[in-house]
Design a binder for this molecule. Structure first.
Ligand code: GAL
Length: 421
């Protein structure tokens, strides 16, 4: 067999080599061929895929956008890294520190490289990434698939491979890729190009698509990114709306049918957390609980320097986080939706279930958990009932046929049911 055929080369090297050389090559390297073929077989598809085995549970971390917008700088970012560690957030699972829009200078350098804003990041981004890494955290950055970011800074379009190499050289572990100024670009192709560029740059990197759900990324992005935004931006309120942004309950509503598309390495992203950004405590607890039920990425978005003990308590509730991070990777679904009284359920590993009762009305509501109506549970089993926010065991499903909860407005009761023998 001829060498190009044996190696399955797309380009016939016989056009570059005289026949005699090819014969010699074929004979001399015959024993190398299996190894070369294997390498080529491995390399070809590898350059056109996302990094596997990342984000096997929803990514957790902190992102600068919700609270600081473009008002970021080296000191602030480094301070956040310190606090994530000092407050126990890191131990609770917050891992990625992501610098959002606003880190760049307004133009690329003469070689077309992105340049950090010299006033905000005078020592460049690598030093920030190194600092974040020295704290045992991972470093993330933001850019945009279009010509410019939403704040007018250089976007990645046409520079994907160059930018990916730069990010890799800085030690970037997570790229959030936005969708402003995309013109007539095709979302699937554009995001695939950046996926391939990141892969070719060789540093494992979580790829977070931020095209606001415009092109229904849940239908096509599972092989492109590790998470994809499903809506426009979140706002620190429950039901308010703006031109581009909306309260968390409105976002919640838009997640109800998306559960089948999520799983390890591919998450629906209902946007970052607004816990600690002015929501009343009950709303913050409800928002956080429901994001956990959705297996949402948990990216805190508050100023950690001024965080109250209540905010920290919500953000670091280990049992709530365990629901989000459960290894099965199931996104929760809405089991019942009576006016203002929502019941969300999420299957967990080892036959357990999480149930979240959410009172979206303006009055205290009575919710009754009647076990025989919970047809998703295994009827041959008895379950231990754990109330997560009360941090209390409530007996078992055999103790009483139902349990009642009076839930204040805009608040939740979050339960985990664990089968007993
Ligand atoms: C939006 C994005 C926000 C934030 C902002 C930065 O498009 O949804 O999360 O990244 O851009 O300009």
């Amino acid at each position: 067999m001829f060498l190009p055929e044996l190696l399955n080369l797309s380009e016939d090297i016989s056009t570059f080599l005289p026949p005699r050389e090819i014969i010699n090559l074929t004979i001399m390297n015959f024993r190398l061929i299996p190894a070369i073929s294997a390498t080529i077989a491995l390399c070809a598809p590898l350059s056109a895929q996302k990094f596997d085995n990342l984000a096997q549970t929803p990514p957790m971390g902190w992102n600068s956008w919700n609270i600081f917008h473009v008002n970021i700088d080296e000191q602030k970012i480094m301070a956040m890294a310190d606090i994530i560690v000092a407050t126990g957030m890191k131990d609770a699972g917050y891992e990625y520190l992501v610098v959002d829009d606003g880190w760049e200078a307004m133009s690329r350098d003469e070689e077309g490289n992105l340049v950090p804003d010299p006033a905000k990041f005078p020592r460049g981004m690598k030093i920030v990434a190194d600092y974040v890494h020295s704290k045992g955290l991972k470093f993330g950055i933001h850019n945009c698939a279009g010509n410019k970011t939403c704040n007018g800074m250089p976007g990645g379009r046409g520079h994907e491979y160059q930018d990916a190499r730069l990010y890799a050289s800085w030690g970037v572990d997570y790229l959030k890729y936005d969708w402003c100024e995309h013109g007539t670009a095709d979302a699937r192709e554009t995001y695939k190009t950046m996926r391939d560029a990141l892969h070719a740059a060789g540093r494992p990197c979580v790829f977070s698509l931020c095209e606001w759900g415009e092109n229904k990324p849940w239908l096509w992005a599972r092989d492109t990114g590790h998470l994809w935004r499903t809506t426009g931006d979140i706002r620190a309120c429950r039901t308010c709306t703006g031109e581009w942004d909306m309260g968390w309950e409105i976002i919640l509503e838009k997640q109800a049918d998306l559960a089948p598309y999520a799983g390890p390495g591919r998450w629906n992203d209902p946007d970052m957390l607004e816990v600690g950004n002015g929501l009343p405590e009950n709303e913050a607890r409800a928002h956080f609980s429901l994001w956990c039920m959705l297996a949402a990425p948990l990216m805190a978005g508050n100023d950690l320097r001024t965080m109250t003990p209540q905010t920290l308590k919500i953000l670091t509730n280990r049992e709530a986080i365990a629901i989000d991070q459960d290894v099965l990777g199931r996104q929760g679904t809405r089991f019942a939706n009576q006016p203002g009284h929502q019941t969300w359920i999420k299957e967990l590993a080892n036959g357990r279930w999480a149930i979240c009762y959410y009172n979206s009305t303006t009055e205290t509501g009575q919710f009754v958990a009647t076990w025989e109506n919970m047809y998703f549970m295994d009827r041959s089993k008895t379950y231990a009932i754990r109330d997560i926010w009360a941090a209390k065991d409530l007996g078992t499903t055999a103790t009483a046929a139902s349990v009642e909860f009076d839930i204040p407005p805009a608040d939740v009761v979050l339960l985990v049911l664990t089968p007993t023998k």
